[in-house]
Design a protein around this ligand. Structure first.
Ligand code: HEC
Length: 186
């Protein structure tokens, strides 16, 4: 019995000690009571693991249709697009064009650019072409304040295509704006 108790206590002490020296934990120590900090750290780690699992699951099952739905969530939410745009009845922004039929006209905006290419350019390099009647105030969607990643931008493009057009984006669509190069779409 005593031995069991001893082992339990030993494990507890070792665990506290390990957590105390964890580099992740370092910053919290200065201002949070240690116990609370540990609890937060565990919750944070658990949440992070869940997010990663969810993301992996999502990636495994991703298709055009789901990308449209997820892209809509971004555009209508944390993408902050509605600060400057509206989409028909949704959103109030007037700094940029109403995107209600962007899927229909994206392919006719710039000679030589397909709808996907034009939408990618609008998001990664908004100043390359300024929509007539507007001022070039849009910031790249992959930079601050929103900082969408390449996959999220693909989802946004899929959604924008669906507004009056036909989504063709898949998880494997390659845009040469993505990651290393900053030229045009392949
Ligand atoms: C700070 C304001 C602002 C924000 C935020 C913003 N935009 Fe824009 N956007 C503009 C302006 C202004 C234009 C027109 C000028 C230009 O073409 O650069 C534009 C143009 C566009 C165009 C081209 C429209 C056309 O008719 O050719 C697309 C597509 C677009 N934005 C999508 C988005 C999406 C998607 C988001 C969110 C991820 C977003 N924008 C966020 C201001 C903004």
């Amino acid at each position: 019995m005593l031995i069991v108790l001893f082992v339990v206590v030993l494990f507890y002490v070792l665990e506290q000690h390990a957590a105390y020296h964890s580099p992740l934990y370092g910053a919290e120590l200065e201002w949070t009571p240690r116990k609370q900090g540990l609890k937060d750290l565990r919750e944070w780690a658990a949440q992070k693991a869940m997010e990663e699992a969810r993301r992996a699951e999502l990636l495994r099952n991703l298709n055009t249709e789901k990308m449209v739905v997820l892209g809509r969530d971004i555009v209508h939410g944390r993408g902050l697009c509605f600060n400057c745009h509206k989409i028909g009845e949704a959103g109030r922004g007037t700094q940029g064009p109403d995107l209600v039929d962007i899927g229909a006209r994206a392919g006719n905006r710039v000679a030589g650019l397909s709808d996907v290419e034009y939408l990618a350019q609008s998001l990664y390099e908004p100043d390359a072409f300024t929509a007539p009647g507007f001022r070039p105030t849009m910031v790249p969607a992959n930079g601050p304040p929103v900082g969408l990643d390449d996959l999220e931008i693909l989802m946004v493009i899929a959604y924008l295509q669906s507004l009056g057009g036909t989504p063709t984006i898949t998880p494997n669509t390659k845009l040469s704006y993505a990651a290393e190069s900053a030229a045009r779409v392949q």
